[in-house]
Every structure is written in structure tokens, then in C-alpha cells.
Design a protein. Structure first.
Length: 386
């Protein structure tokens, strides 16, 4: 099988989409799948047999994100040479549109991924009046594809309620060797000044849609009464970073973005993972925390709520209310046996999330879409098929 991927984000950006694309490429390499990736140019990257970079510029209001300017004529020419069986667009922005248009021009079936509730983000940036318009845009985009691949059943239900019904589950796995309790590092805890303390951890974008004011209020209340018993570590970066530095206790540790062994070590060296975001379609960081042996406290909404089974692999709460998070933080502080029980439950849950089985299912869905397209066109899966 030949697959063309179109994505608006990839390394060095750190997010769920770039991580998934990287994992997909590893799977393709290991299973003899021919692939090409069309993506933004971030620096001086060179094109090769697999990666085709398009000119891009950073967004003025968030420079970590970039907008691309794909050349459709050039892309369709390259696809005519490569002759893919299917196109998978990983995002709904310029590169995604390039994949949609190229598929239409060349008769190649297109599947799309839905990964982020962007329409719901509008309430966190005080622009709720734009929500219907943003939602309409996503509806229009995904109706151009043969399948919409979605990371959780909660997100599928959300799309179905909003008129997008050609959905299939494409969830996410976790590398339980990379994220493992064995990476716990007592020296790192010494550097955090966390000896004998409960270390609370947040990993993710430091931005409004992550509902961080709830975390700020909850942890500040805990720190006020237990100043020498707790430590907070914040991993990530984003537009709300300065706000968090200003409103969280002064000894809070901000690491910036972390990757690889450093990230795995940071997870495993903490005790409790906090994730109040209610806008996640899945919550990859929650899986990473579970695999690392942390007790997880997360939102009961969205993909995070779907991952958590209360008092088994974590605890969920109504993330509109910081006092509920405070109460749960106190509970796990006072009951180490409860932390241990959920730590084990989370680790066991993560072990069942194999990337291999997930990508095997994805390939099966690709084959179904290709076969449907062949029947529809009667001459094959694309204009070059005899």
C-alpha cells in the first residue's frame, strides 16, 4: 500500500498530532508501507524521498504555530509520480486542504483526522460568538473526506451531534517502555527540592483552553495550608506561561517543553498528575502519566473523562470547580494506599494501549475506503490505475 500524509504540524513541534505522525511513520517503515509526508518547512530541512516541505511562516500571535502555503500544482505532480492508494490528512488547515484538493483532482480517496475541539476553545479566549462559525468550518472540511478518524468515542459522539456521521475510531497508543516507573530519579526530586513531598505534575500546552485557572486555584489552596509537603512541576510552554508564573506559588518549577528521556524521567519522578482540561479529544499526556505510574486526577469531560475509571486508574472531577480538585488532591495526599492502587491501575490500563493493534486497525480501515472508492470509480482507486 502507498499512503500520502498531509499534516500542518510535525517535529520540532510537540503535540498529539506530531507524535501520532511520527508513530505512523515508524509503523509504515516496519511493515513495508510506502509513504510520503507533505508538511510545513520549519527551518533548513531538505526534501527527500519521503518528506516534502512547504514554505510556512509563524503565526504572529503564537509563533510556535505556523501557517503553510502549499503549491497544489507541485503537490499533484509529485503525487502523480508516487501514485498513492489513499491520502490521510492529519489537520484541517492549509496542508490538510492541499490533501483534500489533490485527492479530488486525482481521484484518490481521502480520510481525515479530527483531533482538537477548536470550536470549544473560543470560550477560553472570550470569543464564544465565533463558535458556530468555527464549527461550520470544521463540518465543511470533514465532509470532503471519505472517513473522519477520531481518537475517542466521546469525540465521535460530539461530531455525530454536529452532523458529521462518517466517523471511525482511531485512538492512540502509548509506549510503555519509554514511559515507565523505572525512570523515577531521586536526584531529580532533590533538584526540585521535593524530598519527602508529594509532587504534583502538569504536562501540556500552557494556554487558556487547558483550564489552568482551576489548577492554579486548587494548588494555591493546598500550598497555603501545606507549604512544606507539596511541590508543583509544570512542563510545557504557551501564551499563559507568564500568567501562571505570576499566580502560582513562587517555588513552582517551570521546565518548558521536554522530550525523550528527560520527559519520561520527569513523569516517573512525580507522584500525582493533574489535568483539568475539558476540551481534549483524547489526552495523550494522561496515557503517558498512567504508563509512568502516576496517580491521575483529570477532568470528567471529553477524552480525558473517557480514559479514567474512577478509583481504578485515576479520579475524574467536574473541572468547572477548583474546590473539587482541591478536595481530591487532599484525599490522595492523605491516603498513600489509594495513590498506590490507582498508580497500579493506571499502569495496567496503559499496557493494553498497543500502537501496533491501533495501526493494524487503521490499515484495515484504509483498505475498506480504497475498495469503496474502486467500486465507485469502477476503474480503480485513482486516475492512473488501469
Amino acid at each position: 500500500m502507498k499512503i500520502a500524509l498531509f499534516t500542518d504540524t510535525y517535529k520540532p513541534q510537540i503535540n498529539g498530532v506530531s507524535n501520532t505522525v511520527e508513530r505512523m511513520i515508524e509503523y509504515f517503515k516496519g511493515h513495508g508501507v510506502e509513504y510520503q509526508v507533505f508538511l510545513p518547512k520549519y527551518g533548513d530541512e531538505k526534501n527527500d524521498d519521503h518528506f516534502h516541505h512547504t514554505m510556512s511562516i509563524p503565526l504572529w500571535f503564537y509563533r510556535d504555530c505556523r501557517i503553510s502555503f502549499p503549491n497544489i500544482v507541485k503537490i499533484t505532480s509529485m503525487l502523480r509520480i508516487f501514485r498513492p492508494d489513499i491520502i490521510h490528512v492529519m489537520s484541517e488547515y492549509p496542508m490538510g486542504w492541499a490533501g483534500i484538493i489533490a485527492g479530488k483532482l486525482l481521484g484518490i480517496p481521502v480520510v481525515s483526522s479530527y483531533t482538537t475541539h477548536i470550536a470549544n476553545y473560543t470560550q477560553y479566549v472570550k470569543m464564544s460568538f465565533l463558535k458556530p462559525l468555527v464549527l461550520s468550518y470544521f463540518q465543511y472540511f470533514h465532509r470532503k473526506s471519505k472517513r473522519v478518524l477520531v481518537p475517542s468515542n466521546d469525540a465521535i459522539q460530539y461530531l455525530n451531534r454536529n452532523g458529521i456521521n462518517h466517523t471511525r475510531l482511531f485512538t492512540r497508543g502509548i509506549d510503555t517502555k519509554k514511559f515507565h516507573p523505572k525512570h523515577r530519579d531521586n536526584q531529580l526530586r532533590v533538584e526540585w527540592n521535593a524530598e519527602g513531598k508529594i509532587v504534583f505534575l502538569y504536562v501540556g500546552r500552557i494556554s487558556a483552553e487547558k483550564n489552568l485557572p482551576v489548577l492554579i486555584n486548587a494548588y494555591s489552596a493546598i500550598k497555603k495550608f501545606y507549604p512544606d509537603q507539596v511541590q508543583l512541576v509544570m512542563v510545557g510552554d504557551g501564551p499563559l506561561l507568564e500568567h501562571c508564573k505570576k499566580h502560582l506559588p513562587s517555588d513552582t518549577i517551570f521546565t518548558g517543553f521536554l522530550t525523550g528521556e528527560t520527559l519520561a524521567k520527569t513523569y516517573a519522578s512525580a507522584d500525582v498528575f493533574l489535568f483539568p482540561s475539558s476540551t481534549e479529544t483524547l489526552g495523550n499526556v494522561v496515557l503517558e502519566a498512567m504508563a509512568s505510574g502516576l496517580c491521575v486526577i483529570g477532568s470528567n469531560e471529553g477524552g480525558v473523562g473517557e480514559l479514567i475509571t474512577n478509583y481504578d486508574n485515576g479520579i475524574s472531577f467536574d473541572s468547572r470547580y477548583s474546590h473539587l480538585l482541591t478536595a481530591l488532591m487532599l484525599k490522595v495526599m492523605d491516603r498513600p494506599e489509594l495513590r498506590e492502587f490507582m498508580r497500579i491501575g493506571g499502569r495496567n490500563f496503559a499496557k493494553d494501549r498497543s500502537w501496533l493493534s491501533i495501526f493494524d486497525s487503521l490499515m484495515f480501515e484504509y483498505r475498506i475506503v480504497i475498495k469503496e472508492n474502486q467500486k465507485k470509480m469502477k476503474i480503480g482507486s485513482a486516475i492512473w490505475v488501469k
